[in-house]
Ligand binder design. Structure first.
Ligand code: COA
Length: 260
């Protein structure tokens, strides 16, 4: 599949998706959302893909938000559909993917860009990255999950401040708040991200999938998380990979996980 606004590259079972509108700071227009939705569907369906990285093209931006030039013609129904479709086909789909999807934030991550990074399972950032939810400057609020995921990640007080002021924070402040897990140089961002992703995909995929689902469950404060953990923990003992993991440990060798 060839795309107009994103680049995809599959190497070592890791799909790297690069938002590719650098002249518009990779703003998320309708086409980007459609193409991202398609690429994420591919992560779900292609067994050769074990993980994904999302980043932005150019030295300046990860994603500087939803494309504001598409806003003027929207009414309440149009706005609601934009948020609903985007959340359903892209943001929630990333969050609920059973394979790890990690953001490599290489510059501005504003509005929908911050939300895209937050929908990923976790984030690394380059030291020139800037995060923010500036929608109030446009008379709007975040619509791609920002009010919920920012609160989950950094807590109510700071989420309120960022969302109500529209202020940006730099990479080190994002690190301090837990919005990004690591900060590195722009040159090392992708290689550092790949290193972590490679570690994850060397583990048993069914265990990784259960862990993602359970941490997401907890983040939304849903009920019965501990019982769900007990059930999933038990279920994993029936997998070949759990037998292989224990056997490999006892035989002092590296486990060879197959996803079964
Ligand atoms: N939607 C549409 N176009 C955008 C955009 C967005 N969210 N963010 C940047 N662009 C475009 C600019 O219009 C400009 O296009 P042009 O060269 O055709 O005029 C180009 O990207 C470069 O942006 P520019 O504003 O000139 O860069 P800058 O370095 O002066 O400022 C930002 C960078 C990120 C501070 C500024 O672009 C900005 O505030 N963007 C909007 C952020 C935002 O509100 N996002 C939330 C949207 S809901």
């Amino acid at each position: 599949m060839s795309y107009q606004t994103i680049l995809t590259e599959l190497s070592d079972h890791i799909l790297t998706i690069t938002i590719n509108r650098p002249d518009k700071l990779n703003a998320l227009n309708k086409t980007v959302i459609e193409e991202l939705s398609h690429a994420i569907e591919e992560i779900y369906n292609n067994a050769d893909i074990k993980a994904a990285i999302i980043t932005g093209n150019g030295a300046k931006a990860f994603v500087a938000g939803a494309d504001i030039s598409e806003f003027l013609t929207l009414d309440s129904n149009g706005g609601k559909t934009l948020a609903q479709k985007g959340q359903q086909n892209v943001f929630s789909k990333i969050e609920n993917c059973s394979k790890p999807i990690i953001a490599a934030v290489n510059g501005f991550a504003l509005g929908g860009g911050c939300e895209l990074a937050m929908a990923c399972h976790f984030r690394l950032a380059s030291d020139n990255a800037k995060f923010g939810q500036p929608e109030v400057n446009l008379g709007l609020i975040p619509g791609y999950g920002g009010t919920q995921r920012l609160t989950q990640l950094i807590g109510k007080g700071k989420a309120m401040e960022l969302t109500l002021t529209g202020n940006m924070i730099d990479a080190n402040e994002a690190l301090r708040l837990g919005l990004t897990n690591h900060v590195t140089t722009p040159e090392n961002l992708l290689s550092e991200t790949k290193k972590i992703v490679q570690t994850i995909i060397s583990k048993a995929p069914l265990a990784i999938a259960e862990a993602i689902a359970l941490v997401n469950h907890a983040a939304y404060g849903k009920e019965n998380g501990l019982q769900k953990e007990i059930d999933a923990f038990g279920k994993l003992f029936d997998t070949q990979d759990a037998k292989e993991g224990a056997k490999a440990f006892l035989e002092k060798r590296k486990a060879n996980f197959t996803g079964n």
